[in-house]
Ligand binder design. Sequence first.
Ligand SMILES: Cc1cc2nc3c(=O)[nH]c(=O)nc-3n(C[C@H](O)[C@H](O)[C@H](O)COP(=O)(O)OP(=O)(O)OC[C@H]3O[C@@H](n4cnc5c(N)ncnc54)[C@H](O)[C@@H]3O)c2cc1C
Length: 445
Amino acid sequence: MTETIAIFAAVLTLALVAIGLLERLRARRTDDAVDRAIDEAERISARQPLMQHPQIDPLQCVGCGACVAACPEGEVLAVRGGVAVIVNGARCVGHGRCETACPVGAIRIGLGAVAQRDDIPTVTDEHESTVPGLFLAGELTGIALIRNAVTHGVACVDAIARRLDADGASGGARDGRATIGIIGAGPAGLSAALRAIELGIDHIVIEQQQAGGTIRHYPRQKLVMTEPVALPLVGRLRRRDYTKEELIELWEDTLSRQPIVLSAGERLVELVRDDGGFLVRTTGAEHRVRFVILALGRRGTPRKLGVPGEEQAKVAYRLTDATRYADCDVLVVGGGDSAIEAALALAAQPGNRVTLSYRKEAFFRIKARNADRLDEAVKRGRVDVRYRSVVDRIEPDTVTLRISTPDGDADLTIQNDFVFVFAGGIPPFDLLRKAGVAFGAQPVS
Ligand SMILES: Cc1cc2nc3c(=O)[nH]c(=O)nc-3n(C[C@H](O)[C@H](O)[C@H](O)COP(=O)(O)OP(=O)(O)OC[C@H]3O[C@@H](n4cnc5c(N)ncnc54)[C@H](O)[C@@H]3O)c2cc1C
């Protein structure tokens, strides 16, 4: 009997040791995989967060992984060495689901060191920049999420209303000068406009593209997560999930019902102070306003190629739904992940012939997964990559590429129905600096 117990105890001990060893091996494999993911994120400059993000207290973290599972954007967080770490910080949009999911309160969402960066504008508690009368709202301040953009837009107008009250001034336009110029018609700008209407304050909204902001450029049917938030004159958005299309419909319905003064297709190029407030110079006009709310987001203005024929409707700077293109000759221009993902998505549609033009001799900063998928698509003849090429001109049915070869430049003219340009964006920060806005101090959280 004693012998049986001893044998049982020995087997149990061995089993426990084996389980422990296997567990350590598994943990090491997981840690190695996380290290590789971090190296990859560093290589493509995706490690550093751009906006508010999880601040992890390693002393409190128990490494349970609840935060990793809760993140709707995927691959932002991982557990390494029993502690949560940021892997792809640039993918974080600050939902905060990780903070809520953490059972021991080891995560707090905030700007952290990002607040000191020289692309985070300084604002007061009232969202006013260092230029009196110039307010900043939404993602431009480094704080992402639709709910925050809405809250900021409303708060800016409320602050302006208090100024008007204090001066005993009305909200109406005076001497041809609108009271508030709102630049950008994303969630922040549109909420500001709705609040201005609600308070009877005269306004104009200037938007370089179409109203809707970044939401318009989400992939088709993207599930948008938001916290309940009240939109002036519209009411509470009660659900936590909407599709992209539902949100766009909501904006369009609001634009048709409410007297929002919107000038779309006009881009702000300069903001100058004058005696009565500001002169807002755009690509189409000059507007005089008393106060300005900049709600430009952080994605900037798409960089153009500057070639003849680029103004044609077949040229676009984003691809939101590849399934709308079939049996087409398509040119994609660019060397980043967006360009490659667009080329691959278009190549997957029936009958498309896709050419990818890149000015360098190889792709440098793309995800390893995209590089593999592109190689495969090239091998299968789905994508024709033209390195060392630039677009020379765009005609209605063709595109001409100028390709640099060891023997000099050669022109290649190919059939073309659509051109997608992914040449990055021109961020709005220079524009802000020229207007006198200071950067780098702790903004509103
Ligand atoms: C892929 C992705 C997924 C996301 N998912 C979610 C999500 O699920 N839930 C969530 O809450 N948030 C999400 N976000 C974040 C959210 O979209 C943004 O935080 C929000 O749109 C910010 O609103 P905004 O009004 O500040 O700026 P934006 O929505 O970026 O709008 C800015 C507007 O300003 C215009 N503009 C810019 N420059 C000029 C100029 N010079 N002149 C005139 N107009 C100009 C732009 O064209 C744009 O319409 C996501 C973001 C991305 C990129």
